[in-house]
Design a protein around this ligand. Structure first.
Ligand SMILES: [Zn+2]
Length: 224
C-alpha cells in the first residue's frame, strides 16, 4: 500500500521509454520488454556481428542481446547503465540475456566470464564497472563463474588519435593485463556495447596470449 502511494508520488519510469511503470514491472515496461530490437537466438549469430571479428581473430562464438540504434530506446537503456548509476539495471538485463541464452547452444562450452575492466581512475569516478554488472547477471543466468578482476586496464601511453588501425590496436592491446590463470580455459569476454570491436579484440588477444584455449564474446547491445 505504502509502495503504491510512493509510486503515485514518484513514479518509477521505464529506463527505455520513460513511461511510468506499473507496480508489477521492474526497470523496463512490458511494451519495451516485448518490442525492443533483439537478436533471434533460434538462428546462428547474425552475419553483421561475426563480420566485426571474422578474419581478424580466431574466436568461438559472438552474441549480443539488443540491437543498438542511435537515438533509440536501446541507447537510453545503455546510457542509464553507463552514466546514470543504474548498476541494478545492468545486472537485471545481464540476467535476462543469460536466461535467454541458456536455452541455446552458444555458450555451452564456456568455462568462465571475464568483463572488460574500466581504467581505475574511471572506476573511482563512476564507482562501478557497467561491464561487470552485466557480467554478474549473465553469469547467474548462464550458471557460469565470473572472474571480475581477471583483466586490468592501464593508461594508454599514446593517444589513439591520428594512428592507423593496426597501430591503434597495438596501443589498445598493451593497455590490458591478464591477472588470472586462464590457461586451457574457454573465456567469454563481456562488455556493454559493441561498436567496432577494437576493445574486445585487444582484450581477446591478451587472454589468448595468456594461454586461454578459446575465446567468445558477448555484449548487451551491438551496433549493426
Ligand atoms: Zn518502456
Amino acid at each position: 500500500m505504502f509502495n503504491a502511494f510512493l509510486q503515485l508520488l514518484y513514479p518509477k519510469l521505464c529506463f527505455a521509454c520513460e513511461d511510468p511503470l506499473f507496480e508489477s514491472e521492474e526497470f523496463i515496461c512490458t511494451y519495451c520488454r516485448i518490442s525492443l530490437a533483439r537478436v533471434d537466438y533460434t538462428q546462428n549469430s547474425p552475419w553483421w556481428l561475426r563480420a566485426k571479428f571474422d578474419g581478424l581473430f580466431v574466436y568461438q562464438e559472438v552474441q549480443t542481446f539488443f540491437i543498438f540504434a542511435s537515438g533509440g530506446r536501446v541507447q537510453y537503456l545503455m546510457h542509464a547503465i553507463k552514466y546514470k548509476g543504474a548498476e541494478d539495471l545492468g545486472e537485471y538485463l545481464g540476467l535476462w540475456a543469460g536466461q535467454s541464452l541458456k536455452k541455446f547452444h552458444f555458450f555451452h562450452e564456456v568455462d568462465c566470464i571475464i568483463p572488460i575492466p574500466l581504467h581505475p581512475k574511471r572506476l573511482q569516478e563512476r564507482s562501478y564497472n557497467q561491464a561487470e554488472c552485466i557480467g554478474n547477471g549473465l553469469a547467474k543466468g548462464l550458471q557460469i563463474p565470473i572472474l571480475p578482476k581477471a583483466l586490468q586496464k592501464f593508461s594508454q601511453t599514446n593517444s589513439l588519435i591520428g594512428q592507423d588501425r593496426s597501430h591503434r590496436f597495438e596501443i589498445l592491446k598493451d593497455s590490458f593485463e591478464v591477472l588470472a590463470d586462464v590457461r586451457g580455459r574457454h573465456v567469454l569476454i563481456v562488455d556493454d556495447t559493441l561498436t567496432t570491436g577494437a576493445t574486445l579484440l585487444a582484450a581477446a588477444e591478451k587472454i589468448k596470449a595468456a594461454g586461454a584455449k578459446e575465446v567468445s564474446f558477448f555484449t548487451l547491445a551491438a551496433l549493426k
